[in-house]
Design a protein around this ligand. Structure first.
Ligand code: NI
Ligand code: MN
Length: 226
């Protein structure tokens, strides 16, 4: 699968010819200033929760591309009020079949207020299942024992996990999370963007390696086939 990194927790993943964009936060991310948000492709936008650093460009990308936005009920209502009508509301535990594959929403231990103070519902992670492979996008979350259910539910071929600490789990807990979900190939996210989440990347890669897992870190704008 082709994966492109747009900074922070924003990734584009191509699944069965469809471009799925996760947690769009580009135009106001100083680290992603070389990315032109107007060129980012999306057939679907999956939003894990309502915080600014996950939703900042959702309205503009959705309006430009016409992409279907998959998110919590509360974020769906908020987007509708902002003129984004192509939305698909879901909630934790639910699964839906889209034309590229299935999306199952799983729990995330975090919070989810929208930028204007509106309640955003529960934060979520996503399992994307397709005939090519299955992957888990954790969103912002702490390490939680619920992740064991993900490993029991499906074979997870690769996973996006936050590793920046302070607001989410950090490297040590993300290594335990990768064991819980039984997945050896981890793509790191939610690090280095702000002062609170700056990490030692070399040390992180080494720690994962010592635990027998692979931590894959993208440069912003980089595309990899995974
Ligand atoms: Ni957050
Ligand atoms: Mn965040």
């Amino acid at each position: 699968m082709n994966i492109t990194y747009f900074g922070h927790s924003c990734f584009g993943v191509e699944v069965n010819g469809k471009h799925i964009l996760f947690d769009p936060f580009i135009s106001s991310n100083e680290m992603a200033k070389n990315i032109d948000e107007a060129t980012v492709r999306a057939d679907y936008i999956l939003i894990s929760h309502g915080h600014f650093d996950h939703i900042a460009d959702a309205v503009s990308v959705a309006k430009r591309t016409g992409a279907k936005v998959v998110c919590s009920w509360e974020i769906h209502e908020w987007l509708n009020k902002k003129g984004v009508s192509n939305t698909h509301p879901m909630n934790v535990g639910g699964k839906w079949k889209f034309d590229f594959g299935n999306v199952k929403c799983v729990s995330a231990v975090h919070s989810s207020g929208l930028p204007d103070g509106t309640y955003g519902g529960n934060p979520m992670g996503f399992i994307v299942e397709s005939d090519k492979s299955n992957f888990y996008y954790a969103g912002d979350t702490a390490l939680t024992y619920d992740m064991k259910l993900i490993g029991e539910y499906r074979q997870i071929d690769f996973a996006f996990l936050p590793i920046g600490d302070n607001f989410t789990m950090g490297v040590d807990n993300a290594i335990i999370a990768s064991q819980f979900i039984n997945c050896k190939k981890i793509i790191g996210m939610h690090y280095d963007t702000f002062g609170f989440i700056k990490i030692d990347k070399e040390d992180a890669v080494q720690k994962f390696d010592m635990a027998g897992n692979e931590l894959i870190l993208f440069n912003i704008g980089e595309e990899k086939s995974i």
